[in-house]
Design a protein around this ligand. Structure first.
Ligand code: ADP
Ligand code: MP5
Length: 264
């Protein structure tokens, strides 16, 4: 008998199947983890944008988290769109399990997925108990309140001061390379650069990256190696989706036909 890694995603749904829970569960499966989930919000969303957003009550999210934690040996928690400061408090109540926080505040399409109350809750209750946070530049600027021109290193340091290790992602489809700035718990900084995959089918990239990172961390991999492997997974997924013609907008990152043989 074997027990697989169980990864719990606490996130919103994307009806288009590109981002949020769909990305998390597909990534967990591709990397050999069993995915459990707690839905925080339901979005009517496609490749062109986000329509209706229906947040769930914190009690409903808490009930899902309690059901999963009461039965399954969860090895890692990954959070995405939280929807409200009350749901943020549910995440803050989880202890004794590594928590990877993807602070989803804005969709690729530009839609707002996190209010100022949610931003405050990240700072005050979620980040102090988080293992690692994976913001993109816009999210880091919003969470820190710093000037948008602030260098990546300073943004990472400001978030690190709130508690977690930081992976400030630098995906930029127009640049030759993408650079992710990693600040470990010790404060050590490494910039991990890799080639940009040319594609407009990148909806769900951030969710996919942090879900892959969560699986590797849940398997006990050190942060730098885990980031490197999560980047490789995203690059493979984007290479596949770069050949796709799907939807009228920013198409989904491909979670299928991705090599599943990465070391854990
Ligand atoms: N076009 C791309 N080619 C290769 N890697 C990418 C590309 N876009 C993003 N990434 C990588 O995907 C991860 C998530 O990055 P990012 O796009 O910044 O997240 P978000 O979707 O939250 O904005 C990072 O590791 C980043 O380097
Ligand atoms: C429910 C949900 N969660 C997260 C994202 C962010 O993903 P992206 O930055 O790729 O739009 C999203 N659009 N929808």
């Amino acid at each position: 008998m074997t027990t697989p890694l169980v990864a719990l995603s606490i996130a919103g749904t994307d009806s288009g199947g590109a981002a949020g829970l769909a990305a998390d569960l597909a990534t967990f499966a591709a990397l050999g983890a069993h995915g459990a989930c707690a839905v925080t919000a339901v979005t009517a969303q496609d490749t062109t944008g986000v329509g209706r957003i229906v947040p769930l009550a914190a009690a409903d999210v808490q009930a899902q988290v309690d059901a999963v934690l009461g039965d399954l040996p969860v090895g890692v928690v990954k959070t995405g769109m939280l929807g409200s400061d009350e749901v943020a408090a549910v995440v803050a109540g989880i202890s004794g399990i590594p928590v990877v926080v993807d602070p989803v505040l804005t969709a690729t399409s530009g839609a707002q997925l996190g209010s100022d109350e949610v931003v405050a809750a990240y700072r005050e209750v979620v980040l102090p108990g988080a293992t690692v946070i994976t913001p993109n530049r816009d999210e880091a600027v919003r969470l820190t309140g710093l000037d948008p021109r602030t260098p990546a290193l300073e943004l990472a340091a400001a978030l690190h001061e709130l508690g977690p290790a930081v992976v400030l992602t630098g995906g930029d489809p127009r640049a030759a390379t993408c650079g992710d700035t990693v600040m470990e718990g010790s404060g050590a900084v490494t910039v991990l650069e890799h080639d940009t995959i040319r594609t407009c089918n990148d909806h769900g990239t951030g969710c996919t990256f942090s879900a892959a990172l969560a699986v590797h961390l849940g398997n006990g991999t050190d942060l730098l190696t885990a980031v490197h492997r999560a980047q490789a997974f995203v690059s493979a997924a984007l290479t596949t989706s770069s050949t796709w013609e799907l939807g009228r907008g920013r198409g989904p990152v491909a979670h299928i036909f991705v090599p599943t043989t990465q070391e854990n």
